[in-house]
Design a protein around this ligand. Structure first.
Ligand code: NAD
Length: 255
């Protein structure tokens, strides 16, 4: 099954200011590049990995910031410093592997802090200026894992990603009259560095998903570009009637 080409730079985000978390690699990284290719005026690219993030310096318009998405103080400071953004893509996430008996309270808290509380911080900090502008698109990263389909050893991860859907719908409902759109995406396994690492672990269920997708479903994992294309649509004015909507992108994974 052929992978899709990148977007063709038609300027679908012309003049828009965007912010993407987990921007150094994987889905976040491809989304930053896609947004810039589609004419975004700037993309604030946030990640904890400064070394990898530096690779984005080669892209005009990329504004790289080394930051931990759990650091509410720095997030609020950044929101005060920047003019209103048009697009906020909360992409950062941590995958905890293990069933409930194998989970510690510390890992539970870490999962919720990275996957959910980070979105609370970013949305709360950046929303007021979006409201003042009367327009904004927020895209939150959930997952097909456990939210739409039960996955072995992902109960904590699934709980966080289900929470993201609730957060998205709540924000969408509360600010629908102020020009704010908030949507959530739920990908099945995507070929990213962290997914490959997990799939190499023979005891992890991620290796089974590759085989299932390859032999029974669409024939391969999703590419980061396919997910970035969906983010582009949600960031652009083409998706102007979508808010509070859950976008599954899964090659049939939840069938
Ligand atoms: P990845 O795991 O390959 O990379 C994640 C990036 O996030 C890294 O650059 C890392 O440095 C950064 N990061 C981690 N913790 C951070 C923190 N506390 N603060 C700032 N940055 C931090 O990325 P991916 O596989 O593309 O996943 C991105 C998102 O997509 C996650 O939320 C993940 O749960 C979700 N997702 C991934 C898949 C998949 O199969 N890859 C499927 C569905 C959903």
């Amino acid at each position: 099954m052929a992978s899709p080409a990148g977007t063709n730079g038609l300027g679908r985000l012309k003049g828009k200011r965007c912010l993407v978390t987990a921007a150094a690699q994987g889905i976040g990284r491809t989304t930053v590049e896609t947004f810039l290719r589609e004419g975004a005026e700037s993309v604030v690219a946030i990640d904890i990995n400064g070394e990898k993030l530096e690779e984005l310096e080669a892209f005009p318009g990329a504004d790289i910031r080394v930051m931990d998405v759990r650091d509410g103080t720095s997030i609020r400071k950044l929101a005060e410093e920047l003019d209103a953004i048009d697009v906020l893509f909360n992409c950062a996430g941590y995958v905890h592997a293990g069933n409930i008996l194998e989970t510690t309270e510390e890992r539970w808290d870490l999962s919720f802090d990275v996957n959910v509380k980070s979105m609370f911080h970013f949305i709360q900090a950046f929303l007021p200026k979006m409201i003042a502008k009367g327009k904004g698109s927020i895209i939150n990263m959930s997952s097909a894992a456990s939210t739409l389909r039960g996955i072995e050893a992902r109960c904590v991860y699934g709980a966080t990603k289900a929470a993201v859907i609730g957060l998205t719908k709540g924000v969408a409902r509360d600010f629908v009259r102020q020009g704010i759109r908030c949507n959530v995406i739920c990908p099945s396994p995507v070929a990213t560095p962290s997914f490959s690492e997990r799939a190499e672990d023979k005891s992890d269920s991620d290796k089974d998903h590759i085989e299932y997708l390859e032999t029974k479903l669409i024939g391969r994992l999703a590419t980061t570009q396919e997910v970035a294309n969906l983010c582009l649509y949600l960031a652009s004015d083409e998706s102007s009637y979508h808010t509070g909507n859950v976008f599954t992108i899964d090659g049939g994974f939840t069938l």
